[in-house]
Design a protein around this ligand. Structure first.
Ligand code: FAD
Length: 407
């Protein structure tokens, strides 16, 4: 019998397993993950799962669906090795599975910054798994000490800050760059979120490079290289993630910033595919390779991998999108803004607020950041998908509806 083994049972791996069945894959499907939990949605971890004490994990699929679809789900099991010559994978417990096709959906893991003394601190947490967030909840809600510092002002760090604030914590965000979200967005959006957090009582400190931490009486003392110090009860690391490429690289697959795949999600080995946060792939719409950290990419790539494994030749071709919820703000992002030369900000309503930020490379629209603005997100998506030219002067003018701002 043919077998498709999938390593990683999260957004990419689980959706791939079910898509294989939908595409008529007749062989066995084996889905393996180190995480002991029934596979769950990750985005709520820094949002409702953290800020609603009674919230449960949201499963991607109920347990019965795996049985019904004849998907063998192995949890709390870690793959140690791929033997690509014998077409086998080996678990740390010695179990071995042969594969006809192998899918690597191993995702990414938190970067641990090189901070002196980090290993000696007990209340330090990362932000990736249900276990991580449950530990933060436990450290927090079972104690009256509610002073937290988050190192890193990216989307997930900021969502965590907003959630902890909502739960009554005193929160400081320490960001090394001169603005939060510096790596991923324009200064307009950075300033918008900085102000939002300030209004809601989160202390955001930029230009703070943490170089050491130590236990100090009952607290954690944080040292920054501009000689400032902070004392907190818990410390959260939110400085980004790196792709889980170890087993792929030992199997001599081509690796760049992630496992290199072609437009069919196939790696440098024809029997092995890679999808989701771990895949480094070409985006046809933008003309360069990317590694994306989003549910949309994980889900859509999983379907393309399944189609190709089931024997159809289908290329991956999408416009990326992403979202972030902080306090009462919903940010929706469509497209990739890298390399923009021009930004148009459309402030439809500053009070509510309803805003959109449009990124261009010369006359070509690259991406849109929409703040509480589903209309801008929907039209932005349509313009990008259909490569519709937008008249920047009309777009800037809020008396002209967005859909009338075409060239
Ligand atoms: P992952 O979710 O990282 O899953 C990979 C799985 O592989 C893991 O479960 C891991 O245990 C397993 N694994 C790895 N190596 C092995 C091995 N050797 N053996 C067995 N198992 C292994 N995205 C959005 O679009 N919007 C959001 O609002 C958003 N919010 C987020 C909030 C948080 C707190 C986090 C952590 C992420 C958020 N993301 C968000 C990102 C999104 O969750 C990821 O892009 C998505 O989870 C990627 O899915 P994946 O399946 O590729 O990888």
């Amino acid at each position: 019998e043919k077998t498709c083994v999938i390593i990683g049972a999260s957004h990419a791996g689980v959706n791939c397993a079910f898509a294989l069945r939908k595409e008529g894959w007749q062989g066995a499907v084996v889905l393996i993950d180190s995480d002991p939990e029934l596979p769950y949605h990750r985005p709520p971890l820094s949002k409702t799962y953290l800020n609603e004490p009674a919230a449960d994990l949201q499963s991607l699929k109920p347990l019965e669906s795996y049985h019904k679809n004849n998907i063998k789900l192995l949890l709390d099991k870690t793959v140690s090795k791929i033997d690509s010559l014998k077409r086998q994978i080996i678990l740390y417990d010695g179990t071995c599975f042969e594969y006809t096709k192998l899918v690597l959906a191993t995702g990414a893991k938190p970067i641990i910054p090189p901070i002196e003394g980090l290993k000696q601190i007990s209340k330090v947490f990362t932000l990736r798994t249900a276990g991580d967030i449950t530990s933060i909840k436990n450290a927090f809600f079972k104690s009256d000490k509610k002073k937290a510092a988050i190192i890193g002002g990216g989307y997930i760090g900021l969502e965590t800050a907003a959630s902890l604030k909502k739960m009554g914590a005193e929160v400081t965000v320490l960001e090394r760059e001169s603005r939060i979200l510096a790596r991923v967005t324009s200064s307009y959006i950075s300033n918008f979120f900085q102000e939002l957090h300030k209004r809601n009582g989160v202390d955001i400190q930029v230009g703070k490079n943490v170089f050491a931490v130590e236990n100090y009486n009952d607290t954690i003392r944080i040292y920054c290289d501009d000689a400032t110090e902070f004392d907190v009860d818990i410390l959260i690391l939110g400085v980004g993630v790196k792709p889980n490429c170890t087993i792929a690289s030992k199997a001599e697959l081509k690796i760049s910033d992630g496992i290199l795949v072609d437009e069919y999600t196939q790696t440098s080995n024809e029997h092995i595919y890679a999808i989701g946060d771990v895949s480094y792939h070409y985006n046809k719409n933008y003309g360069y390779n990317v590694r994306l950290e989003s549910v949309q990419n994980a889900v859509e790539q999983s379907k393309i991998a399944a189609l190709n494994i089931a024997g159809k030749k289908i290329k991956y071709d999408t416009i990326p999108w992403f979202w972030s919820d902080q306090f009462d703000i919903k940010l929706q992002i469509v497209g990739l803004a890298n390399g923009y030369t021009d930004v148009i900000v459309r402030e439809d309503d500053l009070e509510k607020p309803v805003i959109s930020v449009w990124y261009f490379k010369d006359e070509t629209l690259l991406a849109v950041d929409a703040i509480n603005n589903a209309k801008a997100y929907v039209f932005g998506t349509k313009f990008l998908k259909n490569k519709i030219r937008v008249d920047k002067a009309k777009l800037k003018d809020i008396s002209v509806p967005i859909n009338n701002s075409l060239e």
